[in-house]
Each structure stands twice: as structure tokens, then as C-alpha cells.
Design a protein around this ligand. Structure first.
Ligand code: FMN
Length: 377
């Protein structure tokens, strides 16, 4: 497992791309260069990222768009099949598949994940999610369980998957939710280990689930969305709680990057793409799903929340600035004890080359990443 959790390299700070399987990625924007999420674009992006030494790609399992002028996340590629395709086309990076435990039978998931893991020769990661979006569950005809029970179910589900990945003989599962007789599952994951498992629960119960059962925990709480100092406090708190369960867990966060040659240029583009051209219909739909509506707040409070959602909540903390500034802030995450970050760009293919050329070498100079690997021949 150590080689898998290290993503087979010695970078102290792992950098991944977040949300590229979804139309508009992590930016609810109307700008024409917004992300397509199409397969040809994902494939080009993955090859470019793999060559440049990006460590991982993390998709979003999203089944229904949020509407608005752009139908934000209206077109999404299913994540396990997406990961399998990208793993076949790359040679270094870890690619995650994201599974909604209540929507996938554990044995089908276990086998689909093993298949992708073999394709990637041990480079598959799994993001286990329990779901929160009522409209998606209605579409499947599946009732969502009461919030905390979702994680009881996820525990049983994950235990079944781990057993399918490890038991040499037949086994039965006789749990509160799952009854599986004489289970037999071959092959096992690649190389006698198993995929890295992450979770990003934000409730106390969700976090406990991650700390007890997973290898990596992604946090995108209010602190990390607005202040880097808050990250350090958060890492300390989470590590303390994991330690109380006798576990050492890798902690990651998410963020959006707008990196340009001058600070002014970066700030202008961030404002242009993320605020001035926000798809407010989609932003308001996402807010309403979390019960944030004009009926529940004063006009000023609602306006502030709307601004925060577009600017910080959807994409995560905005890293906006010159290569020096972005590199300093990212190195700060590593110094705060975070293992990595999954970032998004408005236009991943257009912006990644500059980020890789300018920010990655600075991160190596700052001692949080190795010098850039040579591209594949
Ligand atoms: C990095 C990250 C990735 C996530 N990916 C997904 C996803 O793909 N699909 C999904 O439905 N929820 C996703 N979530 C939401 C979480 O899994 C979780 O449901 C949410 O943070 C609410 O936490 P709770 O379940 O503890 O209440 C993600 C959250 C984060 C921070």
C-alpha cells in the first residue's frame, strides 16, 4: 500500500486535476472557453498531465445537471469507465473512479474497479461517496437513507468490496443491509494490494467514516475555502482525530487555479469568468439544493452567500495570481501538513501548460515536489 498511497512518486505535495469529467468542470461560468468535459478533451488533458508529472485526476460522480444558462454539469462522463479509458492512455498518474455506494451493487463495483485497476497496473483510486443530491436519487428510484445511516451502509458496502478484493475463498455477508451468499470474486486488484480509497464527507459522521475506513480524506470546509491558515488548523485537528482511531490518514483539499503572468491579469480573469459571467441560475440551483433560498435569508445575507458560492464554494479556495504567488500558496498547504490538492481550471487544456511550466518547477524549488520528470518518449 505505501507505494500506492504515495502515487508511486516522492512528491511531498501531490497535485491532481478535479472535475474534468463534467461539463464546465468546477466553474459555473458562461464564458465560451468553459470546459467541455468531452472524451477527446479529457483524453488530451490526461496525456498532457501525465507527461507533465501531475499526480492524479479526480472526477465527480454527477448524474443530473444543475440547470442555468449552461446546464452546469449537464453532461458528465461516468467515472469508472472514464478512469479505465484514461488509465489505458497514461503511464504514471493515479486516476480515481467515484462510486455512489447506494447506487452500485458492491460486487459489480468491486469488479469494475478491479478491471480498471488492472488496466492501470495499480494506478486506480476510489472515491467512495454516499450521495446528497435528492434529485439524483429520485431519478434512480432509490430512497436516500437518513443522513448518518448512509455511512452505516457505506461501511458495510466497503467491507464487502474489500473482502471481494482480498478473500481467497468463498464468503458470505450477513449484515444489516447486505445479504450475499457464497461470494467469489477474481481476479484480485493488481499486484497484491488494493486501490487507494478516499472519502470527502464533511459532516462529523462522514469524517469519522473517512478517518476510520479510508486512506485519504479530502476536506473542502469553509476554512480551506477562504484562508490558508485555517487549513493548518484543520489538518492538525483531523490528524488528531485520526490518531485517536489509531489511524494515520493522508489529507487533501481542493481549489481553483487562475495563474497568469501578472497579478492584475489573474485577478481580472477570475472576476470576469467566475463572478461577472457566473451562471447564476446554476449557482442558485446548487444553493437551493442545500436549502439556501431567498425565503430563508435576508436579501443581504442571500447576496453574500450567492457571491461566496460562485467564488469559493463551487471550485474551492481560489489560487489567483502569478506563478510565484500560486506556488507559494500551494507550498504553504504542504507545509501545513496537507498531502495534496485537486485543482480545477476554467479551461483545463488551455491553462494547464502554463501551470506546469511555471508553477511545478517553483514547487520543486520550494522543496515540496521533485523536479519535473522528462516526458515519455
Ligand atoms: C473533493 C470532493 C469530492 C467529492 N466528490 C463527490 C462526488 O463525486 N459525488 C457526490 O455526490 N458527492 C461528492 N462529494 C460530496 C461528499 O462526498 C459529501 O457528500 C459531502 O461533502 C457532504 O458530506 P456528508 O456526507 O458528510 O454530509 C465530494 C466532496 C469533495 C470535497
Amino acid at each position: 500500500m505505501p507505494a500506492r498511497t504515495a502515487m508511486y512518486n516522492a512528491n511531498a505535495l501531490k497535485i491532481g486535476l478535479f472535475g474534468a469529467n463534467c461539463s464546465s468542470g468546477r466553474s459555473a461560468t458562461k464564458v465560451p472557453e468553459r470546459w467541455s468535459g468531452s472524451w477527446p478533451d479529457c483524453l488530451r488533458l490526461a496525456r498532457m498531465a501525465d507527461d507533465a508529472g501531475i499526480d492524479f485526476m479526480l472526477p465527480i460522480a454527477r448524474w443530473k445537471g444543475y440547470g442555468g444558462d449552461t446546464d452546469f454539469h449537464g453532461a458528465t462522463l461516468e467515472t469508472i469507465t472514464w478512469a479505465a479509458g484514461l488509465l489505458a492512455a497514461t503511464s504514471r498518474m493515479t486516476v480515481f473512479g467515484t462510486v455512489h455506494a447506494p447506487l452500485f451493487h458492491p460486487l459489480i463495483a468491486a469488479k469494475a474497479l478491479v478491471t480498471a485497476d488492472h488496466i492501470g497496473e495499480g494506478r486506480l483510486g476510489v472515491n467512495l461517496v454516499v450521495g446528497w443530491n435528492e434529485g439524483e436519487f429520485e431519478m434512480f428510484g432509490v430512497a436516500q437513507r437518513e443522513h448518518d445511516t448512509r455511512y452505516d451502509f457505506a461501511k458495510e458496502w466497503l467491507d464487502a468490496v474489500k473482502r471481494a478484493w482480498s478473500e481467497a475463498g468463498d464468503f458470505d455477508v450477513a449484515g444489516r443491509f447486505l445479504k450475499l451468499d457464497k461470494v467469489r470474486a477474481f481476479p484480485k486488484p493488481f499486484g497484491g494490494t488494493r486501490p487507494i480509497i478516499m472519502n470527502a464527507g464533511s459532516s462529523p459522521v462522514g469524517q469519522d467514516f473517512a478517518l476510520r475506513n479510508c486512506d485519504a480524506f479530502f476536506t473542502a470546509t469553509a476554512g480551506s475555502r477562504t484562508s490558508l491558515e485555517a487549513n493548518a488548523r484543520r489538518v492538525e485537528e483531523i490528524k488528531g482525530r485520526a490518531g485517536a482511531f489509531g489511524r494515520d490518514i493522508e489529507i487533501y483539499t481542493v481549489g481553483q487555479v487562475v495563474c497568469r503572468a501578472s497579478q492584475q491579469e489573474a485577478e481580472d480573469y477570475y472576476r470576469h469568468a467566475i463572478i461577472d459571467n457566473a451562471d447564476w441560475g446554476a449557482v442558485e440551483c446548487m444553493m437551493a439544493l442545500r436549502n439556501i433560498t431567498p425565503a430563508n435569508f435576508s436579501p443581504d445575507e442571500y447576496a453574500a452567500k450567492r457571491q461566496y458560492f460562485a467564488g469559493n464554494a463551487i471550485g474551492g479556495y481560489p489560487f489567483v495570481g502569478t506563478p510565484d504567488k500560486v506556488a507559494q500558496e500551494l507550498a504553504g498547504l504542504s507545509n501545513a501538513g496537507l498531502r495534496g490538492i485537486a485543482v480545477s481550471f476554467v479551461d483545463y487544456l488551455g491553462e494547464l501548460p502554463y501551470f506546469c511550466a511555471e508553477v511545478l518547477p517553483r514547487l520543486a524549488d520550494l522543496g515540496v515536489r521533485q523536479t519535473r520528470q522528462e516526458p515519455r518518449g
